[in-house]
Design a protein. Structure first.
Length: 211
């Protein structure tokens, strides 16, 4: 079994310490950092994403795998930067104003990072203005808004209204999600993408950013 395959399998099993050791070993063997990331870490996280989407594994397993992924990427980050390897794209992510729920948002973040995207996580209780300011400052093309309360969903509409006001609507893709959110709601406010789960959200974001 190749070392990249070993990294992927141990990541899926959530063995952070082993993953870190294997990544270091791969670096020492002279394997390119981008290759280790793509064929080792992201490969493993891709399997986790698919299994999660198919209800074969649950949130705890995803969290453990994501921790193992972080342990490996920590070692690779300086090498990737030095090698000029850029993330596939940037996403500004947050839970909307008035809403303090973050479990779903954190899962989306992990799945997106697991697909090689750079996520600017604004946390919870994020106003429409902050989403847009962060997108402009970080040159991000995707804004992803999460809500778990029906009472806070209106803030998503504000994001779209503000983008229009600022003449940025055509250059931004707005994704929405969360338990009470539906595709019909997406359509009613004019957002671009709604997904029912974190793994699908990551897949859609990659599509947008690699097109």
């Amino acid at each position: 079994m190749s070392i990249l395959n070993e990294i992927s399998i141990n990541l899926q099993a959530g063995k952070a310490k082993v993953v870190k050791e294997l990544v270091q070993k791969a670096i020492d063997e002279g394997i390119d950092a981008g290759t280790i990331l793509e064929q080792g870490l992201l490969d493993g996280m891709g399997v986790i994403g698919t299994k999660f989407k198919n209800n074969e594994i649950y949130v705890p397993e995803v969290l453990i795998a994501a921790r193992a992924m972080s342990a490996g990427t920590e070692l690779l980050k300086p090498l990737l930067v030095a090698g000029g390897v850029k993330a596939r794209g940037k996403v500004v992510l947050g839970t909307v104003k008035g809403d303090l729920h973050d479990i779903g948002k954190n899962l989306v973040k992990m799945m997106m990072e697991g697909k090689g995207l750079e996520v600017i996580d604004l946390g919870t209780d994020v106003s429409a203005e902050r989403f847009i300011t962060a997108a402009k400052e970080n040159d991000a093309r995707v804004i992803a808004c999460s809500a778990l309360l029906t009472t806070t969903m209106g803030e998503m509409k504000k994001v779209l209204e503000l983008l229009k006001e600022q003449g940025l609507r055509d250059s931004m893709t707005v994704m929405i999600g969360g338990a009470p959110v539906t595709d019909a709601y997406r359509e009613s406010i004019g957002a671009d993408i709604y997904t029912a789960d974190a793994a699908s959200a990551a897949e859609e974001a990659v599509k947008v950013l690699t097109e």
